[in-house]
Design a protein around this ligand. Structure first.
Ligand SMILES: Cc1ncc(COP(=O)(O)O)c(C=O)c1O
Length: 380
């Protein structure tokens, strides 16, 4: 059997990883400034993570949600403490799309309504409701087409207010910072307006923190920079540092009922051990503070260089918009300097999502490469 070919692949086979570095089967070293789409939060193969997951596997790896799994409660408690959402409850699942699918379903169950507001350039995943809230027609199959999702222009107050006037809205879903869309940051006043309109209209405010959460922006969640409190927050990616895990944080105003949501693998012992170790390391190594410092360090070093139109960032969620498409530049970074970076749905934006414990020394490698390539007119 061959693989179903849906991914264009780099000719790289990584066999070892540590911190912000990866090594191929031929022993070549690479600097990872992308973390496999914002997944590697505390660094590849962090010793605390390896120890905790290995120990858990040796004890018990899995049993279903039909029995007590105390490590789920430990995780929920720690997540509440670190995020400031101690009064919320946690539903665990396995991926970002699944977290959003459950969040949308929950909002609809709770309100009894079905119209969902979402935004231009949004990406929320590939399952039925998550993909219907995603602004990319190419990945919406005919079976997923529905008029329950209203797409509005991002950061546009007027269209938001009109949509609430003209429709009975169940929920608004917005990313803490749009990732795939090219690191587009919602204005604080826009998030505040969403919160007020949801409260006034018995609608649920869902914030997708799958890429922007777990400390990446210097706060636990990106929306906390705007001082808002959503009703539902979705998490995945950095939550497990590579172990597949997702979660839905749910306001106390939404009541659980047996059978309302469910999953076989969600919340398994191994996933909880992985996520707990991530939280422990974020706390003990002060990685949120490091994300703020390192983000500022990198952006200060790059901001006046030629070839850059704009840098949008919060902490270590960084979008560098070039004056031209970034594909050649990314290729040169990879081939000439062994540096992995990401792209976005807008062709000119380079996405930089390093591990949260990245150092100035590692960022200097990228800054030097950037300056050299700018001189070589890979950038004009
Ligand atoms: C903001 C956001 N939401 C949801 C998802 C979907 O997550 P997953 O690929 O784990 O289903 C992604 C993935 O890139 C994302 O960036």
């Amino acid at each position: 059997m061959e693989l179903f070919k849906v991914y264009p692949l780099f000719p790289l086979n990584f066999v070892k990883a540590k911190g912000a570095h990866l090594w191929t089967d031929t022993g070549e070293q690479y600097l990872d400034l992308y973390g496999g789409h914002a997944v590697i939060s505390i660094g590849h193969s962090h010793p605390t993570y390896v120890k905790k997951v290995s120990q858990q596997l040796a004890d018990i790896g899995f049993y279903s949600n039909s029995v007590q799994i105390p490590i789920q409660e430990q995780l929920a408690k720690k997540l509440g403490e670190l995020s400031g959402y101690e009064d919320f409850t946690l539903f665990m699942c396995n991926s970002g799309a699944e977290a959003n699918e459950n969040a949308i379903k929950l909002a609809s169950f709770h309100t009894g309504k079905k119209k969902i507001i979402c935004f231009t350039k949004a990406f929320h995943g590939r399952t039925a409701a998550a993909v219907a809230a995603t602004d990319n027609k190419k990945i919406i199959a005919p079976v997923n087409e529905t008029d329950n999702f209203l797409f509005l222009p991002f950061n546009n107050h007027q269209s938001l207010e009109e949509a609430f006037k003209n429709h009975d809205i169940a929920a608004v879903i917005i990313e803490g910072i749009q990732g795939v869309g090219g690191v587009q940051i919602p204005e604080p006043s826009f998030l505040q307006n969403i919160q007020s309109l949801c409260n006034e209209n018995d609608a649920i405010f869902i914030c997708d923190e799958i890429q922007s959460g777990f400390g990446r922006t210097g706060q636990f969640f990106a929306h906390q920079h705007a001082g808002v409190k959503p009703d539902i927050i979705t998490v995945a990616k950095g939550m497990g540092n590579g172990f597949p895990v997702g979660g839905v944080l749910i306001s106390p105003k939404i009541e659980a009922q047996f059978g309302m949501l469910g999953t076989t693998f969600g919340g398994n012992h191994l996933a909880c051990a992985a996520a707990l170790s991530v939280l422990e390391v974020i706390e003990t190594e002060q990685l949120m503070q490091n994300a703020t410092l390192m983000g500022d360090y990198l952006v200060n070093a790059l901001k006046d260089l030629p070839g850059i139109k704009e840098i949008r960032y919060q902490g270590l969620m960084i979008g560098i918009e070039l004056n031209e498409p970034c594909a050649e530049f990314r290729k040169a970074l990879l081939n000439n300097y062994h540096i992995l970076t990401g792209n976005a749905s807008c062709a000119n934006t380079l996405r930089i999502l390093p591990t949260l414990n990245i150092s100035t020394k590692e960022l200097d490698e990228f800054i030097m490469a950037f300056k050299e390539l700018a001189k070589l007119t890979v950038l004009s």
